[in-house]
Design a protein around this ligand. Sequence first.
Ligand SMILES: NC(=O)c1ccc[n+]([C@@H]2O[C@H](COP(=O)([O-])OP(=O)(O)OC[C@H]3O[C@@H](n4cnc5c(N)ncnc54)[C@H](O)[C@@H]3O)[C@@H](O)[C@H]2O)c1
Length: 261
Amino acid sequence: MEQKRFVGQVAVITGAAKGIGQATAIRFAEEGANVACLDVDDVANEATARSLHQYGVDAIALHCNVADMENVKTVFASILERWGRIDVLVTSAGIYTGAPLVDVSLEQWQRTIDINLTGVFLCNQAVAPIMMQQRSGSIVNISSMAGKTSWPGTMEYSASKSGVIGLTRSVAQELAPYGVTVNAVCPGNTLTEMVRGVAEQVGTRDGMTAEEWLQMRANDCPMKRLAEPWEIAGVIAFLASKDSRYITGQAIEVDGGMVMS
Ligand SMILES: NC(=O)c1ccc[n+]([C@@H]2O[C@H](COP(=O)([O-])OP(=O)(O)OC[C@H]3O[C@@H](n4cnc5c(N)ncnc54)[C@H](O)[C@@H]3O)[C@@H](O)[C@H]2O)c1
């Protein structure tokens, strides 16, 4: 790493146990940040936090169900108590669900909205007063290309991710006078456990193996490949860095050109 942009800063990453959240936790630690890893998968989350110590930073794993307001409040209070500040929030915790409209139960709809959208709201709400008081900070909410476009059989996921973009724009306007930037990142298909699960589920539905489905998605992309989690993490880090101080309220596609808007 040529230049460490976050030395002495505190980054809070939800969904840090795996995938894009894990890659993001590593990126911030590599660049000198102390990192709070939040997730419901305690075993994998502990492993992520432990792995960050090799970069000479402080890192902790905290059990946090982002859809549980009391849990979120307690966890953010404990982070503040430990480090006295929060410079970066990345909301990567999320689930994928998908089914044709007529098959989606109210429970499935509610669970997706609770984790993917209410979870982002609760974490943004918890961190906002801290960053407003500091008069500095960056929030990066993870949406999806599914927040900007849609496919059949994925309406509750798409709705949750479009919601993240709307929330981001409003919070960005509220926090801009305090010097806090708020942006969304919209990844395309990225090689994580989530996308492998989707490949199994949707591939089976469409009469394909998971590998065939992943290849089809790669072929749909102008770059003819899926993303690696670190490629998303790099853009997240940019949006939390000084180089992006005049970017706020944006929803940036990192999808190899899948969605151009
Ligand atoms: N992988 C992709 O292709 C892709 C594309 C677009 C957007 N995204 C979004 O990126 C984010 C990360 O996805 P990923 O691919 O890394 O998924 P992943 O499944 O690899 O990781 C998601 C993490 O979130 C955690 N999590 C789930 N529910 C939680 C909850 N209630 N509270 C706290 N943590 C919880 C999981 O335990 C897991 O560690 C998600 O919001 C996802 O919707 C992913």
